[in-house]
Design a protein around this ligand. Structure first.
Ligand code: SF4
Length: 210
């Protein structure tokens, strides 16, 4: 699963810099021409043990801040979930199934299309190769589906949420998206339980919970 432009001799830092350059130059999706490509050192560090995949940058969040899951209510929800198991951004890597903010004709957030997810999956695959996390956490249905472009699976949020699974030689934990809408399907207390499972996989001792 080696991404384009990376070789076995690359250091992770060089490989990541090459990947960022490829992403910043990517113009594969016509409606993303004016959007930020949200992949940079601000996403996290190489060698992070856990990599989160969300859906896409939000208009008021990462499109503005250039940092995934930061700057809007969804980002604050995510940071609270991270903090509940004593993690912070410096310890993890965060990315999206689609690296640009999809907007409708009125400039509002819209879901990425299947084609956009499929096109951006090669960047996600390269990111997994370079960061090489032990654990992948998908946040929402789109992120879970995006993994199927890299290595097929039959996991669903309905059946597998919060459970540790094996995928592509890594531990996968499917979770719901931290946005407000997902709390209809997965209340906060259940999302906190999902993060406690992540803590157990990482071997972290929890001092407290929120
Ligand atoms: S969404 Fe992904 S594939 Fe599409 S233009 Fe942006 S970086 Fe390229």
């Amino acid at each position: 699963m080696r991404g384009p432009g990376t070789t076995a001799d690359d250091t992770p830092a060089r490989a990541f810099a090459a990947l960022v350059d490829q992403v910043q130059a990517c113009r594969r999706c016509p409606r993303m021409d004016e959007r930020a490509r949200v992949l940079s050192a601000a996403n996290g560090r190489e060698g992070a043990r856990v990599l989160f995949v969300a859906e896409a940058p939000g208009r008021l969040g990462a499109e503005r801040t250039r940092v995934p899951l930061q700057g809007d209510q969804t980002g604050r929800n995510f940071e609270a979930l991270l903090a509940s198991i004593g993690l912070d951004r410096a310890e993890v890597f965060i990315t999206n199934a689609v690296l640009c903010n999809p907007q409708d004709a009125f400039g509002r957030n819209s879901p990425p299309t299947r084609e956009e997810v499929a096109r951006c999956a090669r960047h996600l695959e390269s990111t997994l190769d370079v960061i090489a996390p032990e654990v992948v956490v998908t946040l929402g249905r789109v992120a879970l589906e995006a993994l199927r472009h890299i290595e097929d699976h039959a996991f669903t949020l309905a059946l597998d949420v919060g459970q540790r699974r094996e995928w592509a030689g890594r531990v996968l934990i499917p979770m719901y998206h931290p946005g407000a809408r997902a709390r209809v399907h997965r209340p906060l207390e259940r999302q906190l339980e999902d993060f406690r499972e992540l803590a157990r996989v990482l071997g972290r001792t929890l001092q407290h919970s929120v």
